[in-house]
Design a protein around this ligand. Structure first.
Ligand code: AMP
Ligand code: TRP
Length: 325
């Protein structure tokens, strides 16, 4: 059955393989047979990116990345969050019913507090309310994201329920969609891959950077001639995302036999990376030559998104008494 899908990615850094396998790959796959809305969450990025040129560039980069990965604007609505004013409008209304406690329990906020960041802002605190608006305005069945976003979807459901019980049935409750195998993609140091840990492999980086990241993956220090442990190896964990079952088995066999070494394992992964992402990387270079197309895709998407968001916002205004006739 056709499902309504909504998701978003912040333009706040280069796209890495954690973003791709954890979220974007699902977004592209779901565009067939479903009704999909995908947004560039640039209002969220304002909590971390405070440079006009940089935000412009990251936004265009993300649009190019999605199109290179195969997003088809004929099949889904691809838009910019900031071009749909209803997101900010709805955020205010939801913030009047969302309890402080709910947001104080959010992991991202707690982490920021614990790290004693000087930069904890009101925007960072209310980040989940904006994300709830992003979701609820599109009435999705499913929200495909990585595991780190699960709590945000739970908060969205809580806020929607609170609104529905305070006023009347208005918002549909969304479900997260988080495939277990890719819920948390490890970085080059074995922690979750994240731009804030500096452990990413960026899909569209220049070749020397890719090579440096892959050859720098942290591994055990088993002597070359001895068998290598297959469990918990970062190289194998990443290889599994890109290779077939047979290829993974073949590499594991080399680990078990010994005399192979992590240098060779990493080279195998590097080759696989290029085999897997080569086509996307070439397509992106082509797309870059035609930025007018990219602007046009977004403009058309923005318009479609505004129509959808407006219809839900009308309902919200009517149900809260903001509309007088
Ligand atoms: P962000 O760049 O933080 O906006 O993340 C975009 C999407 O990628 C979100 O759905 C995240 O959950 C997902 N994501 C980011 N890092 C990872 C990771 N290491 N493993 C799985 N999913 C991830
Ligand atoms: N907060 C999400 C992230 O960091 C990005 C995002 C913003 C999002 N709005 C959304 C994801 C709505 C899904 C649905 O990854």
């Amino acid at each position: 059955m056709t499902k309504r899908i909504l998701s978003g990615v912040q333009p706040s850094g280069k796209i890495h393989i954690g973003n791709y396998f954890g979220a974007i790959k699902q977004h592209i796959e779901m565009q067939d047979g479903n009704e999909c809305f995908y947004m560039i969450a640039n209002l969220h990025s304002l909590t971390t990116v405070r440079d006009k040129e940089k935000l412009n560039q990251l936004t265009l980069d993300l649009a190019l990345d999605y199109l290179a990965f195969g997003l088809d604007p004929k099949k889904c609505t691809f838009f910019m969050q900031s071009e749909v004013p209803q997101h900010a409008e709805c955020t205010w209304i939801l913030s009047t019913i969302c309890s402080m406690g709910l947001l104080e329990r959010a992991h991202a906020w707690k982490d920021a507090q614990e790290k004693g960041k000087k930069e904890t802002t009101v925007g960072l605190f209310t980040y989940p309310v904006l994300m709830a608006s992003d979701i609820l305005l599109y009435e999705p069945d499913l929200v495909p994201v990585g595991k780190d976003q699960k709590q945000h979807i739970e908060i969205t459901r809580d806020v929607a329920q609170k609104f529905n019980s305070t006023y009347c049935e208005t918002f549909k409750l969304p479900e997260p969609h988080i495939p277990e195998e890719v819920a948390v993609v490890p970085g080059t140091d074995g922690q979750k891959m994240s731009k804030s840990y500096g452990n990413t492999i960026n899909v569209f980086a220049e070749e020397p950077e890719i090579k440096k990241a892959i050859m720098g993956i942290q591994t055990a220090s088993t002597p070359l001639e001895e068998p290598m442990e297959t469990e918990g190896c970062n190289v194998l964990a990443l290889y599994k995302l890109m290779a077939t079952k047979e290829e993974v088995e073949a590499l594991k066999e080399k680990y078990r036999t010994g005399g192979f070494g992590y240098g060779n394992a990493k080279k195998t992964l590097l080759e696989k990376f290029h085999e897997y992402f080569g086509e996307f990387r070439e397509k992106r270079i082509e797309l870059e030559k035609n930025m007018d197309y990219v602007y046009k895709v977004l403009e058309e998407g923005n318009e479609k998104a505004r129509a959808q968001a407006n219809s839900v916002m009308d309902r919200v205004k009517a149900h809260t008494g903001l509309k007088i006739r």
